[in-house]
Design a protein around this ligand. Structure first.
Ligand code: SAM
Ligand code: DTB
Ligand code: SF4
Length: 344
């Protein structure tokens, strides 16, 4: 008879230790999934999936050395460089995303940090105008200062994405040009400006379970916990130092989602980059274990994402629906088309 390894349901006011997170990740898989699914249902509508769409508004040429990234100027990758997009171009893409069923539009720039000037002014304008469309707004621009966070908040920014990426003990193997504490300081600035925090990590950077536990403990220990938590799987990009890194077994991805759900009951957890490599059954298990957000649209920032029609069909097959907010109409044209009419 296998030993029971129940862990107490997380109290967000008591940050979990790394050891507790490690023990959670090591639980028998289906027990962990069951506990996570139970907690998920207490805090979220289990049929609703929040849908975000990404756009790279400034691509490539980044001075940082993140060993996974197609946009670092240090590596010879297939990703070219392009200057900051025009505001009108971004608005067209945002309208298209909204028509495809996204309720949040996330704009990414390959910057180490935000610099004051015409380019930042343009990004602030993008946020203001995307927000005016009735979409939630998110940006990921690297590090930023207090006054810059305040300007973004004033323009209507809902979320700032800045990932911790991995556990502290593994971080230095992946990124040398900015520290873990720099990242935490950026998150504090975002929080202080009243913007929701979107922060998570990447799986498959050569880390072990201990580093994944460290990442979970760090994120769950933020006070308040992040409102949004992306779990990315490494997208292998030719020319980056991690291009040949072995992908993690699917069970570890499910474990990570489930443990995140147990430790952060109210957070919206995004099954983010890496879905093109995942089969539908694994994605389904991730949704059962507490993932309740995805990126939609053909592209992430610089790499492919599952097709909108494939995603709509997947959600319909699983009986899931794009989140509809009570205060606005979220077009679900693509999802409705894929829905089997015999289901009613
Ligand atoms: N330059 C800004 C920064 O690093 O904060 C914003 C853009 S950066 C591309 C946003 C995040 O995308 C990274 O922190 C990382 O977590 C994720 N990311 C980048 N390349 C990835 C890849 N190849 N696979 C999975 N996630 C990736
Ligand atoms: C996040 O955690 N994942 C997104 C978003 N935040 C900015 C980025 C994924 C990037 C995947 C590789 C690429 O397309 O360049
Ligand atoms: Fe630059 Fe962000 Fe890529 Fe790092 S992850 S190289 S900071 S664009």
């Amino acid at each position: 008879m296998p030993e029971r390894t129940d862990t107490a349901v997380a109290d967000p006011r008591t940050p979990p230790s790394i050891e507790a997170a490690e023990a959670l990740l090591a639980r028998p898989l289906l027990e962990l999934v069951f506990e996570a699914a139970t907690i998920h249902r207490q805090h979220h509508d289990p049929r609703a999936i929040q849908c975000s769409q990404l756009l790279s508004v400034k691509t490539g040429g980044c001075p940082e050395d993140c060993k996974y990234c197609s946009q670092s100027a240090r590596y010879d990758t297939p990703t070219g460089r392009s200057p900051l997009a025009e505001v009108d171009e971004v608005l067209d893409a945002a309208r298209q995303a909204q028509a495809n069923g996204a309720d949040r539009f996330c704009m990414g720039a390959a910057w180490r940090q935000v610099k004051d000037g015409a380019e930042f002014d343009a990004v602030v304008e993008m946020v203001r105008r995307v927000k005016d469309l009735g979409l939630e707004t998110c940006v990921t621009l690297g590090m930023l200062q207090d006054h810059q966070a305040a300007r973004l908040a004033e323009a209507g920014l809902d979320f700032y994405n800045h990932n911790l990426d991995t556990g502290r003990s593994h971080y230095g193997n992946v990124i040398g040009t900015r520290t873990y504490d720099d990242r935490l300081a950026t998150l504090e600035r975002v929080r202080a400006a009243g913007i929701h925090v979107c922060s998570g990590g990447i799986l498959g950077l050569g880390e072990g379970p201990r580093a994944r536990a460290e990442l979970l403990a760090e994120l769950a220990g933020l006070d308040p916990q992040p409102e949004s938590l992306p779990i990315n799987q490494l997208v292998h990009v030719a020319g980056t130092p991690l291009a040949e890194e072995q992908a993690l077994p699917w069970t570890e991805v499910v474990r990570m989602i489930a443990a995140a759900r147990v430790l952060m009951p109210r957070t919206v957890i995004r099954l983010s980059a890496g879905r093109t490599e995942m089969d539908e059954a694994t994605q389904a298990l991730c949704f059962l274990a507490g993932a309740n957000s995805i990126f939609v649209g053909d592209e992430l920032l610089t790499t492919p994402n599952p097709s909108p029609s494939g995603d709509a069909a997947l959600l319909a097959r699983l009986g899931l629906e794009p989140l509809r907010r009570p205060d606005r109409t979220c077009s679900t044209a693509a999802a409705t088309d894929a829905h089997d009419p015999s289901d009613g």
